[in-house]
Design a protein around this ligand. Structure first.
Ligand SMILES: [Zn+2]
Length: 536
């Protein structure tokens, strides 16, 4: 299997997955298609640009049996691009048992010539106690091992017949849900068995309750052990889940949400769902929303209304995936995710976990063409800022030079600013650092390094808890003062810095005496002579 990554940002990636029926551009949303009673015309789904659909192999097996083997799943559902098949595990969750063995299911999925296949699993769902979850995970691993043997046998037989390199992409169904060590256990087992795609079972209950924080922890756990292979996330069909899941490292999603929401008269929009009967205007210009007013859509007979609403919902999901892709290309996935997070407290809760996810730095470019934005205190944790502060801890100022810490100006890099030239002319034997609430201290010599060179910063000066909101700045400053105890340091302190120093003095009383710095007040009447007096 080939999965090629073209662009990254945070954990998000734009990639290409090769399958028997063509290349899947990821991140991809894959609509769920019912193999027997599909309400939305599959040609519509194809026409609006979905390159892949997912259908249920268990239902196809029960309903079509040998006919499906003869005609192939593509003919059965009338879709000639990429088809993914789920195996019936979900039916186990819904109806208890399924009357098929893992071996039969695996052979059936091979015989119907699916492109991406999932072995028969036993989902854990959500809220299952640990022992029962463990039992399901062990059962799934056993099933998958059985499937894996079938795949190996079949592919040896096939390789005698043809030299085709591309084969069915089999996904390892990762179960365990909130029991994170079980998630790890199943992922590692499937990795070892040679599965190249991981399909994360994400309980419907979690999604319905908007438990994005728990979902984030599950994805993070999986990505820690499987960092490179593509990840499919089951059941993610909400415009708020998609950017979060992509940012954490998921590459594909499937869901029947477009039709399930439509049946319930729920209208998707970029930040959530709303009830159709509560809408006066459509916040969308898709072909459906252009043809009807909310009132007109409501007055259609039930089936037509569901169909039209489901079509609109599909447009929204497609737009969402495209927006996320654009954000990755622009290097602004963080900004995009934060703007979404402001639309729902549950998403914000999940985004607040990002500061402890240490695997997001890897995918974030060292250099970006566009400036990054620092809008709110939480942005101090974005990987670019984290990385920059880390780099500065290793920076060594020149010996026997006095050190000036000066507020950052609007001009980047700082060494090209008027203030810098003035400082350098007046005080030649000094080393000058600028400072920024999000990036900490910035040595002028490396102020042309991204993101010190390219950022737009929102300054708030009046908040009472300002210093408490920037712990990373406090830490950077303390670290710097500790490291340079022997040097003479003059801090040209604006209001932000004054509050930080006040906090340091208050909190670190014992350390205070060992620090060696002088303060020069920086306000609107600031003149260089003031600094000159201190430096004398
Ligand atoms: Zn629309």
């Amino acid at each position: 299997m080939t999965f090629e990554v073209r662009y990254n940002d945070l954990g998000g990636r734009i990639g290409k997955l090769e399958t028997l029926h063509g290349t899947l551009d990821t991140p991809a949303f894959i609509p769920v298609i019912h193999p027997v009673k599909q309400l939305i015309d599959i040609n519509f789904i194809k026409k609006i640009g979905f390159k892949a659909v997912i259908t249920n192999a268990y239902i196809a097996w029960k309903y079509y049996g040998d006919e499906a083997k003869k005609r192939g799943i593509h003919k059965i559902i009338n879709f000639d691009d990429i088809v993914m098949t789920d195996s019936g595990g979900y039916q186990v969750l819904e109806y208890g048992e399924v009357k098929v063995k893992p071996r039969e299911m695996a052979e059936f999925e091979i015989d119907i010539r699916t492109d991406i296949a999932v072995p028969l699993d036993k989902p854990t769902g959500y809220g299952l106690n640990y022992n029962n979850a463990l039992e399901n995970v062990e059962q799934t691993i056993k099933n998958v091992q059985e499937t894996s043997n079938i795949i190996k046998n079949k592919s040896t037989n096939q390789s005698n017949e043809s030299s085709k390199k591309i084969d069915i992409v089999w996904a390892g169904p990762v179960q365990g849900a909130e029991h994170l060590n079980l998630v790890k256990r199943s992922a590692l087992s499937f990795d070892e068995m040679g599965f190249n795609l991981m399909a994360l079972g994400s309980p419907v209950e979690l999604m319905e309750a908007y438990e994005f924080a728990t979902l984030s922890k599950i994805i993070y756990t999986l990505k820690k052990v499987i960092p490179s292979k593509p990840i499919h996330l089951f059941g993610a069909g909400h415009p708020l889940t998609i950017p979060l899941a992509v940012a954490l490292g998921c590459d594909m999603f499937d869901s029947a949400s477009y039709i399930l929401y439509a049946r319930d008269n729920r209208y998707l929009y970029s930040n959530g769902t709303t009830r159709l009967d509560g809408l006066t205007f459509f916040p969308c210009s898709c072909s459906i929303c252009n043809s009807f007013s909310p009132k007109e859509l409501l007055s259609l007979d039930e089936t037509s209304r569901i169909i039209e609403l489901a079509k609109h919902n599909l447009y929204v999901l497609k737009t969402e995936v495209n927006s996320v892709k654009n954000a990755i290309l622009e290097g602004r996935l963080w900004e995009y995710l934060m703007s979404k997070a402001h639309c729902h407290p549950k998403l914000m809760e999940a985004v607040r976990l990002l500061k402890d996810f240490d695997n997001l730095d890897h995918g974030t470019s060292l250099f970006k063409e566009k400036a990054i934005y620092f809008n709110e205190p939480y942005d101090q944790y974005r990987p670019e800022a984290r990385r920059f502060r880390e780099m500065v801890t290793k920076y060594k100022p020149k010996e026997k030079f006095k050190i000036i810490l000066y507020p950052e100006t609007k001009i980047h890099p700082f060494y090209t600013s008027k203030e810098y030239s003035k400082l350098k002319n007046k005080f030649p034997n000094t080393e000058i650092f600028s400072y920024n609430p999000y990036l900490g201290l910035i040595p002028s010599e490396i102020s042309d390094i991204f993101p010190a060179s390219q950022n737009l910063t929102c300054y708030e000066y009046d908040s009472n808890s300002l210093a408490e909101q920037y712990p990373t700045f406090v830490n950077s400053l303390i670290h710097f003062l500790d490291k340079n105890k022997k040097e003479e340091i003059i801090i040209v302190a604006n209001n932000f810095m004054k509050q930080i120093i006040y906090l340091i003095n208050r909190k670190f009383e014992s350390l205070k005496s060992s620090y060696n710095f002088k303060i020069c007040n920086y306000d609107e009447n600031f003149v260089f002579e003031r600094l000159e007096d201190i430096l004398k």
